[in-house]
Design a protein around this ligand. Structure first.
Ligand code: FES
Ligand SMILES: [Fe+2]
Length: 324
């Protein structure tokens, strides 16, 4: 049982949302994309992480590097958001200063070069790859990614790499935490996903937490698995298809779900897996939007949580301690 509760305003308040960017998202490993999109020199992925525009690039030596997507001259962008390839250098989109792919400023045209050595390099960001998944961390003192994901090793070690992918996005009109709490609550299958409960013959899914990873299901890797990684990443492996779910906070009342399905080429089962998971996501979004509406209405006061609520109590306590 948990006696500590997150008050409703944590799910509706703009200032809380802004603070979360600094104390949660800028201090955790954030999945940014797949290494298969970064195989050649100059390949890059640019996105916004915890309100900071960042870019990950494959450099001249074949190393992955990450930088703030911010020029040292007057804060112009080096590249547009998304996937792309630059031709051996970043050329700022504003006044065309050039940077080598290791971040060193190489050419300012007519403009005098910055006198300070520290002004001649892009701002660096930590980057790491785990089993083909690329993560960045804005905290220079962050613990190694592999340590955090170690509880997933036994699950992932059995699976061959999958290179065929399908992307899907959903928008959910709820706070990101409402969606996460639904994600790590193994209690709602019967009420919200009756079709799934019938298919599995198993209506409750006990949730186990190991470090910063939560699991639900039988715990036997051969049955497939479902997992969540603090603070906003989900995995579902089912019938040889891996679904990666990046849960992106957009505002205090809006969340985007980016789904990437990885599967073996020519797998005829992928359509069936996708139809189950996309229906499941629609049902989860439906309930989260109604929970958000009820939290905003203001009548709700938190009730006692029990172990059946899965990881919800653990998650709320962690959020509360970080927002203190
Ligand atoms: S802001 Fe990049 S060259 Fe001016
Ligand atoms: Fe669900």
């Amino acid at each position: 049982m948990s006696s500590v509760h997150a008050p409703s305003r944590l799910y509706t308040d703009r200032d809380v949302f802004e603070r979360e960017q600094d104390v949660i998202f800028a201090k955790s490993w954030q999945f940014i994309g797949l290494e298969i999109d970064l195989t050649k020199e100059g390949d890059y992925l640019a996105d916004v992480v915890a309100k900071y525009p960042v870019v990950v690039v494959r450099d001249h030596q074949g190393q992955l590097r990450a930088f703030h997507n911010v020029c040292r001259h007057r804060a112009g962008p080096l590249v547009a958001d998304g996937k792309g390839r630059c031709n051996k250098a970043f050329v700022c989109r504003y006044h065309a200063w050039r940077y080598a792919l290791d971040g060193n400023l190489t050419d300012t045209g007519e403009f005098p070069r910055p006198e300070e050595e520290s002004g001649r390099h892009l701002f660096q960001v930590k980057v790491a790859v785990w089993r083909g998944l690329v993560f960045v961390n804005l905290d220079p003192g962050a613990a190694p990614l592999a340590d955090m994901l170690a509880p997933l090793d036994t699950y992932f070690s059995r699976y061959r790499p999958m290179f065929t992918r399908i992307d899907h996005s959903h928008s959910v009109a709820s706070n990101w935490k409402v969606y996460i709490e639904n994600y790590i609550d193994g209690y709602h299958q019967e009420g919200l996903h009756p079709a799934l409960a019938t298919n599995d013959g198993d209506q409750r899914h006990p949730v186990t937490i190991d470090g910063e990873v939560a699991f639900a299901g039988t715990g036997r890797a051969e049955d497939g698995f479902w997992a969540w990684v603090w603070p906003n990443l989900g995995f579902w492996y089912h019938r040889s298809v891996l679904m990666i779910e990046r849960i992106r906070p957009v505002s205090e009342t809006s969340t985007r779900l980016d789904h990437i399905y990885l599967h073996q080429p020519e797998d005829p089962g992928v359509d069936a897996v996708m139809s189950v998971t996309e229906r499941n996501a629609d049902e989860d979004a439906w309930v989260c939007e109604r929970v958000q509406r009820n939290l905003r209405a203001g009548i709700f006061t938190p009730s006692t949580l029990s172990s059946v609520d899965g990881g919800v109590g653990w998650f709320q306590q962690r959020i509360l301690s970080l927002l203190k």
